[in-house]
Write a protein that binds this ligand. Sequence first.
Ligand code: SF4
Length: 368
Amino acid sequence: MKFHLAMTAGLAGYILKNKMRPRPEWQKNAAAETAGAGPFRVLPPRTGEKRQPHPMIGKRFPIVLMLEPLHACNLTCTGCGRIREYESTIAERVPLEECLAAVDECGAPVVSICGGEPLMYPRIGALTAGILERNRYIYLCTNGMYVARRLGEFRPDRRFYFNVHLDGMEKTHDLCVEREGVFRAAIEGLRAAKTAGFQVCTNTTVYKETDMREIEELFEYLRQFGVDGHQIAPAYGYAAVDDREIFLTREDVHEKFRDFGRIASKYPVRQTPLYLDFLKGERDLPCTAWGNPTYNVQGWKAPCYLITDGHYKTFEGLMTETPWESYVPGNDPRCEHCMMHCGFEPSAALGINAGLAGNLKMLAWTLH
Ligand code: SF4
């Protein structure tokens, strides 16, 4: 199976429960009520035509919480928006109790701890322990450089994964993160974590310059360490990153991922087949950014992991006051080329536009 049985069953049960009994107050369309009010800058549709939302859009609930306990990082990667966008609060941290309160408030079954570099958070061991006590799954997203050093602060748990960022083989990766030696340190961290009995995934961003043959080479290289899974997504040119040249248009993404099904069939790629169809241009998916809410030093980031039009103090505020239906490709020009997993994997997990064939494909993938 792609995920162990308890995780598959737990997530399926959570999604089914929320599909059947969605929270009414989270389903309202706030655009008409909040346009011109609150922190939002609702842009007019570029085409003059608004797309009609899919019926499942009326069943909003969180699936993966993106928890950013800090934005400080030991690297200055070319494609990272956080160290630029949150420069004024880069030295701040979300206190441990506040992080756990956000986990409780949101209720998402999966917590992705990201940043910044989460292994620079002094109480990262206590934070993961607190989240596991709440019976949530954790992906700790890291550049891998401090994994070996801080391993003693964690205990292996089937609900816990280190998620090590690798954008290519040594030369390419070190170029992306703008420092030599990072690839080797990340591999050392990954190897130490596997040896100590932890589950380890990798996370790869595909840029305009990425050679997909090198991604295949990377996955093949990682096989020797027994890596448990690979996540992958195309880079997206959100406003905080100056270097527009590195990002892909939708057409670029389709071209990059045209042959990716072959790679995904050989290695433990964690992206759903429906999302991969979307990347290949074979399926349309709407953005369901509410499925992946982000919490950080400034509060609940709206509308999504990529765009920041404001921050809410409460999760309830984020869900009820964000004009979600305004933020989709076709409605907001800033969304036009976005195909990031944070916006579109929830749509795949919810079976939006799946049809019978798509649902069977998802079932086969889950059980494989
Ligand atoms: S399409 Fe992308 S940028 Fe736009 S709201 Fe969704 S996730 Fe954010």
